[in-house]
Design a protein around this ligand. Structure first.
Ligand code: EPU
Length: 431
């Protein structure tokens, strides 16, 4: 198992190109199941989750080709299976997104229940309820969600989500594109990744209005066609590099990112005392004199502060001047990084869904364990600021969502290196 070795204490200084968004690319490639024509997708990040999604599509019979400019062509003209097996769903919860398109196009689908995950129980009841309201018969047997529509076609209806759900909105929006009649999704997720998926579906011939608001209206059509689409940049990757530069008291220029995707994060960084400047297709951050100021925050669905940036901001508060509370309202158990940060000398107290963080002057390097994607990113950032050496174990979590993280950080001066099992601990120093 690979580990990351980090020698802390170097302020970052450099430029990073932001990759395509994982959480936009996943639903977009899966949307290829809605048509028998080719969908060409650009700006796909090189990530384990994308490999898993393409493997799942391949398992269903989708033809996947990568061209010489790294665009991916996915063609679901001839499917051989309508079943997403446990082995693939288990490694990536977003696999549940095949349910809507398969059900809409073929009138049947089977997807393994994703099960528990490190950041909470994360049920899919709202997806299932929505499909039932659209006329599907859904049962759970032997760990699989089995869904079927009599007469093969789903019917449009009004669905009000009890909780804002990103993949729930995406799943039902995709299903509704081929349903009979109009579907209205109320209390829909407004995340930019939902909007990007809607843009791709519209290019495929779907009739969707209101994506990006809490009320999305989808008029079903008889068929969708092929299309070409470029996924939006990854706002969470961008936010993570901004936090890394802020944590180390350095400067960074991110290119290929639209600052409008980052408003809540940039607002908090400014509040903490970082200097931010915005260009058309880039964002720069530098830390002015002195320490960052601790700042309270509360995660919320978009446009609020993203849950996917909570761990990185706990780290920022952990080394800031003063004390702050960080409240997680989206997931029930997303504080796994706190224990590891405490081992590095952070002063953090957990009170239910709130972390009370008192800033300390320094952290010290330690051997720490990644537990989920964003928790791992937080530990890498902690390693960059800590005195001495940090070893981050189980970094397969990072490879699910960060494209070339050690190369991008090293290019800004960080002393970070990946070692594989055989190399460690003999090669335990980073230069
Ligand atoms: N929820 C339910 N029932 C459902 C669906 C969701 O109770 O049927 C609850 C969840 O348990 C959670 C809340 O609703 O408490 C919000 O969950 P949501 O469905 O929005 O999360 P998701 O769609 O599974 C996506 C991202 C996550 C990101 C969240 C929140 C993808 C592939 N994943 O997850 O990304 O944290 O939205 O913004 O888009 C990550 O990239 O590290 C990551 C975890």
């Amino acid at each position: 198992m690979d580990k990351l070795l980090i020698s802390g204490g170097v302020p970052l200084d450099g430029e990073v190109r932001i990759s395509g968004a994982k959480n936009a690319a996943l639903p977009v490639v899966i949307a290829s199941l809605l048509t028998d024509q080719a969908l060409v997708v650009h700006n796909i990040p090189h990530l384990q989750d994308i490999t898993t999604a393409l493997e799942l599509l391949g398992h269903l019979g989708v033809r996947v080709q990568v061209d010489d400019r790294f665009a991916i062509e996915v063609n679901a003209a001839q499917l051989t299976s309508r079943r997403a097996p446990y082995e693939l769903v288990r490694t990536m919860r977003a696999s549940i997104l095949v349910l809507g398109p398969l059900l809409a196009r073929f009138g049947e689908a089977e997807v393994s229940l994703p099960g528990g995950c490190a950041i909470g129980s994360r049920p899919v009841d709202l997806h299932i309820k929505g499909f039932e309201m659209m006329g599907a018969e859904v049962s759970v047997e032997e760990g699989y969600i089995k869904a079927k529509v009599n007469g093969r076609r789903l019917s449009g209806t009004k669905i009000v989500f009890d909780t804002v759900t990103v993949t729930g909105t995406e799943n039902l929006m995709m299903a509704a594109t081929l349903a009979r009649g109009t579907t209205i999704l109320e209390n829909a997720a407004r995340e930019p990744e939902v909007v990007d998926l809607a843009r791709c579906l519209i290019k495929m011939g779907a009739r969707i209005h209101g994506a990006g608001t809490g009320l999305i209206e989808i008029e079903g059509v008889d068929r969708l066609t092929g299309a070409e689409h470029r996924v939006i940049p990854d706002r969470i990757e961008a936010g993570t590099y901004l936090a890394a530069a802020a944590a180390t008291g350095g400067r960074i220029r991110l290119c290929g990112i639209d600052a409008r995707l980052l408003e809540a994060v940039l607002g908090k960084l400014t509040e903490m005392g970082a200097g931010v400047s915005i260009e058309e297709d880039a964002v720069q951050l530098h830390v002015k004199e002195g320490r960052l100021q601790a700042t309270d925050l509360r995660t919320q669905p978009f446009p609020g502060f993203p849950s996917d940036m909570q761990a990185q901001f706990i780290l920022l508060n952990a080394i800031a001047s003063g004390a702050a509370t960080v409240t997680e309202t989206v997931f029930e158990n997303r504080f796994m990084h706190v224990q590891e940060l405490q081992r590095m000398g952070a002063d953090i107290e957990l009170r239910g869904h709130t972390a009370l963080v008192r800033g300390v002057e320094t952290l010290s390097g330690a051997q720490v364990m990644a537990t989920d994607l964003r928790a791992s990113a937080c530990l890498v950032l902690a390693g960059l600021v800590a005195e001495g050496q940090t070893v981050v174990d189980r970094i397969y979590h990072i490879d699910r969502g960060y494209d070339c993280i050690e190369e991008k950080l090293a290019q800004c001066g960080a002393r970070i290196r990946r070692v594989s099992r055989g190399q460690y601990p003999h090669a335990a120093s980073v230069s």
